[in-house]
Design a protein around this ligand. Structure first.
Ligand SMILES: CC(C)(COP(=O)(O)OP(=O)(O)OC[C@H]1O[C@@H](n2cnc3c(N)ncnc32)[C@H](O)[C@@H]1OP(=O)(O)O)[C@@H](O)C(=O)NCCC(=O)NCCS
Length: 163
């Protein structure tokens, strides 16, 4: 799968991940948000040219007390952390279960790590139970007081490469 910045050239009309708000956003809004730099949106394109999935990132800040566990001690002098928000990550229903979501997530994390203003943590939205399980499986923890969001501290080690 090739992962590249979303452009108007990507055919998004047939994309279906099953979460209506994610599908509607990708089909109707994502192109404009990308063009205006309101979000960083990347498309996963299969060798035959079909769109397998996408993810969207934006900037965020998070209060340290909102996080759980170990990271608090690591950064306790800094009550507000710079963070990135993974607002959406989705794989088309026809291409599920083939590791595409894992590759998209690894690509997102690697891009953030490579940034000169590398965020301390990534915050992801949790639209449903499938997403919660996927994110927890990927090492995210649910935010203490926001059950619809999960975070993961951004470590420096490289993650799985896109293939
Ligand atoms: C969640 C979603 C992205 C997973 O896509 P996918 O292509 O089936 O996932 P992958 O095949 O890449 O699986 C990646 C890993 O997550 C695990 N996984 C996938 N779905 C899972 C689930 N529902 N529960 C637990 N683990 C899950 C896989 O076992 C795999 O584990 P591994 O890396 O140890 O082998 C997909 O179901 C989707 O698009 N859902 C709708 C949109 C959505 O809810 N997005 C929110 C995600 S933050």
């Amino acid at each position: 799968m090739r992962i590249e910045p979303l452009t108007q050239a990507h055919e998004r009309g047939g994309f279906r991940c099953g979460v209506p708000s994610f599908d509607k956003y990708f089909r109707a809004q994502a192109g404009r948000d990308a063009a205006k730099s309101l979000a960083a949106i990347f498309a996963g394109v299969l060798p035959e040219g079909k769109l397998a999935g996408y993810y969207a990132l934006s900037a965020a800040a998070v209060l340290l007390p909102d996080l759980l566990g170990g990271p608090q001690r690591l950064v306790s002098r800094y009550p507000v952390l710079t963070a990135a928000r993974l607002t959406r990550l989705a794989v088309d229903k026809r291409h599920r279960g083939q590791g595409h979501a894992a590759v998209l997530l690894a690509d997102a994390l690697n891009r953030l790590r490579a940034s000169p203003v590398r965020p301390m943590a990534v915050i992801a939205e949790i639209p449903n139970e499938t997403a919660r399980h996927f994110l927890e499986h990927a090492g995210f923890q649910v935010l203490l007081d926001q059950p619809n969001r999960a975070f993961r501290v951004l470590q420096t080690a490289p993650n799985r490469e896109a293939s």
